[in-house]
Design a protein around this ligand. Structure first.
Ligand SMILES: [Zn+2]
Length: 293
């Protein structure tokens, strides 16, 4: 997105620095000065479009620093296996800018949902045409990491194995997680009882949300979440294909932002056996009391 890096968008704020005397107020909202950051992030029109595109924002919203906002967007784009739309974000921003021009110069206002739909389609087409075989290989390697025994994470990363012990839709279920460092030393572990979940996948996603929230509270910055449930990893990394679980996957996407790095890994159940045992103890022994150690 070179056009942003060099301040090349001809907003009022930029034109005035070149001695072109135009009204500096944003013509879309008539509330603030029209800077690049305002048009793309802070204007109510941009905020509506970003929200429709499901682009995660910081808890307090996007700030007034274009650099900080772009850093976050580039970070999201870099980890596009977690945010599947992320590799298409350039299409969203390009269309936010095109919409501003259409309103100002052609007096044309399209429905925002249409703009986002077209932006995603444009960007998806662009991505399909440009993707290389090497990118495909990198995306698949996550699934090739499966080991029969538990494999330690890289130095500095904490691997957190999770498991939800779900049996029936109306029953309470247990959940557990265990966090280990690169030497395999157990740093923390926890179990808890959950109210009933309609299916096994929701149970696992709730357990993953709980573990991410706990790791965030423990101020861990580099984490890898390992689950032996392929559906859970698939729903997190391709939420668009799992719309029924969107309420959970978007919570996970929001929590993902709290970490410097956060990966999701598919583990064989044999490599996930310890956490399977501790989560089953919740229902087997009636340990309905949360503990973390
Ligand atoms: Zn505005």
């Amino acid at each position: 997105m070179v056009f942003l890096d060099y301040g090349a968008l001809a907003v009022s704020d930029r034109l005035r620095t070149r001695a072109i005397n135009v009204d500096s107020t944003c013509n879309l909202c008539r509330q603030n000065a029209e800077t690049i950051c305002h048009v793309l992030f802070n204007c109510m029109v941009a905020q509506d479009l970003l929200s429709l595109a499901n682009i995660p924002s910081p808890p307090s919203g996007f700030g007034v620093s274009l650099e900080d906002n772009m850093d976050l967007i580039f970070k999201l784009m870099e980890y596009s296996t977690v945010h599947p739309y992320a590799k298409w974000y350039h299409g969203i921003f390009w269309n936010i800018w095109k919409n501003r021009n259409a309103v100002l110069y052609a007096h044309k206002q399209e429905a925002h949902s249409l703009i986002i739909q077209r932006a995603l389609e444009d960007a998806r087409t662009w991505h399909e045409v440009n993707k290389s075989s090497t990118q495909e290989g990198r995306n698949m390697s996550r699934l090739n990491l499966m080991c029969n025994k538990w494999c330690p994470p890289s130095i500095g990363t904490v691997e957190c194995n999770v498991h939800a012990n779900w049996r029936k839709e109306l029953w309470h279920h247990g959940g557990g997680w265990i966090a280990r460092d690169h030497l395999g030393s157990v740093l923390f572990h926890a179990i808890d009882a959950f109210t009933s979940s309609p299916d096994r996948l929701i149970a696992e996603l709730r357990c993953i949300i709980w573990s991410l929230q706990s790791l965030k509270d423990l101020h861990l910055s580099k984490v890898s979440i390992a689950s032996d449930m392929i559906g859970a990893i698939d729903a997190i990394t391709k939420p668009v294909e799992w719309p029924r679980y969107r309420v959970f996957t978007s919570q996970i996407a929001q929590l993902w932002l709290s970490f410097e790095s956060c990966e999701f890994e598919l583990e064989k159940s044999s490599a996930n056996s310890i956490v399977r045992d501790i989560s089953s103890s919740v229902t087997r022994y009636g340990l309905f009391q949360f503990y973390m150690a």
